[in-house]
Design a protein around this ligand. Structure first.
Ligand code: FUC
Length: 794
């Protein structure tokens, strides 16, 4: 499967970076390949290159302001005022429930930064070479980008990939029928050419470095001015031509094959409070040098084969076939027709399948765990742009947003069979606990000490790589404690899909338990004696209230999941009793309004009746109980009906992620046509020619949400029930899918014709009972799954 193009992008254009270049990556090293002919630019990323955080010249506190939080006193005062109906005064107090403001390089929030660029400057021996047969592609079946063109009678072929096992970016140029007169290879750890939004603050962008060239090697060692984070990049150039060193480049004359191997790293480590590996500049430099040295001892074919094998081990687990069609034109032409509404059904379905698999590609490329044998290699989850930034001032700092974005990034990971790619997320959430305890103490008065070391952590809407767990700098969007339970759900789902009990016990359950412990102390009793989370704000509109559906559906899920996990592990019986009691006293979480809708606020009567609410707001946070939660499920048909009403009234001008979220919700409501319409809306309104999706600007969550929506349309599960093809649209009447995962650890293959299932294969390596729901049957059939045995249906 390929995304391809026949146009040569402008390597100096940010727009072309965003919309035409192809992203490649191995989880910590990333690149965007332009495919230039006279000059090639591969923009480089290293996922941990973040300004902000601890630094010599600032006392970094993760954004927390103790004078505002006052050990929970401000919160208590706000709650008292809300409870007594003094909302205006309460809101004034709430303005104190904020963290340090965005500001000119001093606050320590930082930016996810571009590492720089790898440039190739070609001289073809004539001033204006005539280029023919140009094409470039990203082959997502093997995670390789290729560029081909001819000049005179010479054919140039370039292949670029980033290997996870070898931790290097590899670029090979081969010239058929001759040699390339001259090419110069440069790495520039600076990126002044592509600013995402020129009017934004360009925080912590400055850096200092030295470049050395020796023996065909080009090495760069430097650090960020803002926080002293060290970085290093080493590159070697191998060729059958003549290699020479320039002051900042390696030049190759008359090579018929040129191999460039590069690697990069920082001294970042995801550990509170220093966030550094502790390596000296020399140690970091030699770590990176050794990585490239080991790789250059292998042949190109060996590097490539190892890379493909590693990638395909995950990618090939899921196959989706909805058409036999093979496109004859490059993707942008098909996309144009799709957008205009003139594409044939086959063309559309081809693109839809491609985008489904692209979300999987983008997960494998951007979210891999640190290999045991390379323990210092940085690990972070996917950020707002996955791991690709072409500038130093991306929107929202290309950070970790926890009010849908980071969660959505990991929604397809388990169901489309890539569970190991979620490990960086789980480690990240785990690492938020230590700084999150500081926030819990300052803003909620919930203190961890020697006696109760894991007494509760708090996170809010936005985060960086350095444990920025404080509320945002504006109360409305910035205060969101439910971000914690929301992202914890992503972690528990790892267990639900994989059944890895040891990992649940050692890693996931402690996070869940601490999150639940936080709420044991945080929840407030209202007049009616029910427990509420206050003040509550539904992202990102409406009034502030004593509890709302967004927060309570997530807290409900947290308690339910944590009770379940403690039962599975046979631990914490006493706490479990507290959790059960709290769960039964929690207000809501779901209430149905006068229009038959799921209320977003408990005070809501009819849709649109609440002050400051936007009827077409992009967030649909009151439906989180439908997905990723399960308080709204086929077991609660009246809630399902109400969710339909709510969704019907929330259609408007939408971003990539919010269209995807709607598609997922429609899939959960078994409305295949509506889910499909949302996918079509993504194509029409938020796609670029490189098939990245936009908010705008480019934001990665929509891609992951799209993949999730497709998988939810084909398979849904809750551990006891499997729903096969629950939301199949008429456009996908014939097809087959294999390797989709269901909760409980089942892998599922389905073949269907004219919308009717003709073949099912369910495999499980665990024992369990399962009810399978077929689209034609209402009641389902019972099947006992035998470990290691396949069940073959009709
Ligand atoms: C949330 C959303 C925005 C955007 C931002 C990164 O605040 O409401 O639409 O996606 O995150």
């Amino acid at each position: 499967m390929k995304i391809n193009d026949t146009r040569i992008p402008d390597i100096t254009s940010y727009t072309d970076w965003e919309q035409l270049s192809y992203p490649i990556g191995n989880g910590n090293i990333g690149g965007n390949v332009f495919g230039g002919v006279l000059k090639e630019r591969i923009s480089l990323n290293e996922k941990s290159l973040w300004s902000g955080g601890p630094a010599n010249n600032r006392a970094y506190m993760g954004g927390n302001i103790p004078e505002r939080g006052k050990q929970g006193a401000t919160l208590k005062e706000a709650q008292r005022l809300f409870k007594s109906g003094k909302t205006t005064q309460a809101l004034e107090v709430c303005n104190q429930l904020t963290g340090i403001s965005d500001g000119k390089g001093i606050n320590g929030y930082g930016y996810y930064l571009s590492f720089g660029d790898l440039f190739l400057d070609f001289n073809y021996g004539c001033v204006q070479p005539s280029v023919s047969c140009y094409s470039r592609e990203l082959d997502i079946s093997s995670a390789i980008s290729r560029i081909q063109y001819s000049i005179d009678d010479k054919k140039y072929l370039r292949e670029v990939f980033v290997s996870y096992p070898d931790n290097v970016l590899v670029c090979r140029i081969v010239i058929e029928n001759g040699t390339c007169p001259f090419v110069s290879v440069r790495v520039l750890p600076d990126n002044t050419s592509g600013k995402a939004a020129p009017n934004m603050i360009n925080e912590g962008y400055g850096r200092t470095w030295t470049t050395k060239t020796k023996g065909g090697w080009l090495s760069i060692d430097g650090s960020l001015d803002d926080n002293g984070l060290r970085f290093a990049s080493h590159t070697t150039v191998l060729s059958d031509g003549v290699c020479k060193e320039g002051s900042d480049c390696i030049q190759v004359e008359n090579g018929s094959e040129i191999l460039i191997i590069t690697s990069m790293a920082t001294d970042y480590r995801q550990s509170y409070p220093s966030y550094r590996t502790g390596e000296s500049a020399e140690a970091l430099s030699s770590r990176v040098h050794n990585t490239v040295f080991l790789a250059q001892n292998k042949s190109y074919d060996e590097l490539k084969a190892t890379h493909i094998q590693d990638y395909q081990r995950i990618f090939n687990r899921v196959k989706l076939c909805l058409t036999e069609y093979e496109p004859k034109e490059a993707i942008p032409y098909l996309r144009k027709r799709y957008v205009e509404g003139t594409a044939s059904l086959e063309e559309r379905v081809y693109l839809e399948t491609l985008l489904f698999q692209y979300g999987r590609y983008l997960t494998i490329a951007a979210s891999r765990e640190t290999p045991k044998e390379q323990p210092l290699r940085a690990q972070l989850p996917t950020n707002l742009q996955g791991m690709w930034t072409g500038g130093n001032n991306s929107m929202w700092h290309a950070d970790y947003h926890l009010n849908v974005n980071l969660q959505m990034n990991y929604w397809p990971t388990y169901s489309t069979n890539m569970a190991e790619c979620a490990k960086p997320l789980i480690d990240y959430v785990d690492a938020l606990r230590a700084p999150g305890r500081v926030t819990a103490e300052i803003y909620a008065g919930i203190r961890s000490d020697a006696q109760h070391p894991e007494n509760g952590f708090m996170v809010h809407t936005q985060n960086n790589a350095y444990g920025w767990t404080c509320p945002g700098w504006t109360f409305s969007w910035g205060w969101s404690p439910a971000a914690g339970p929301w992202i914890v759900r992503n972690c528990y789902e790892y267990y639900l899909y994989t059944g890895d009990k040891a990992f649940l016990q050692n890693k996931i359950y402690p996070i869940m338990r601490e999150c639940a412990r936080f709420y044991d102390q945080f929840l407030l009793e209202d007049e009616a004696g029910q427990l509420v989370s206050a003040p509550s704000y539904s992202p990102e509109h409406g009034p502030y209230t004593l509890g709302n559906t967004y927060e309570h559906a997530l807290i409900w899920q947290l308690y339910k999941d944590t009770i379940e996990a403690s039962e599975i592990l046979c631990i914490d019986e006493t706490l479990r009793r507290v959790w059960k009691e709290n769960l039964s006293r929690l207000k809501g979480p779901i209430e149905i309004g006068d229009d038959g809708q799921i209320k977003e606020w408990y005070e809501e009567t009819t849709i649109g009746s609440m002050p400051d609410s936007e009827i077409n707001h992009r967030h649909i946070s009151h439906l989180l109980g439908l997905f990723p939660g399960d308080v709204i499920s086929p077991n609660t048909p009246e809630y399902m009906q109400a969710a339909k009403v709510s969704l019907k009234h929330r259609e408007g001008a939408l971003t990539g992620w919010s269209r995807a979220q709607r598609a997922i919700c429609y899939a959960r409501l078994w409305d295949g046509e509506k889910a499909y319409d949302s996918l079509v809306g993504i194509w029409r309104n938020t796609s670029y020619d490189n098939l990245l999706l936009t908010h705008p600007p480019f934001q990665i969550d929509g891609s992951y949400g799209y993949t999730t929506a497709v998988s939810e349309m084909l398979l849904q599960s809750d551990g006891k029930n499997l729903y096969l093809l629950p939301a199949l649209p008429s456009a996908w009447q014939d097809g087959c899918v294999s390797g989709l995962m269901a909760r409980g650890g089942y892998s599922v293959d389905i073949t269907w014709k004219a919308g009717r299932i003709s073949h099912i294969l369910i495999h499980s390596d665990r024992e369990g009972d399962l009810v399978i729901h077929l689209p034609e049957l209402i009641s389902g059939i019972s099947i006992h799954i035998v470990p290691g045995r396949n069940i073959v249906g009709f």
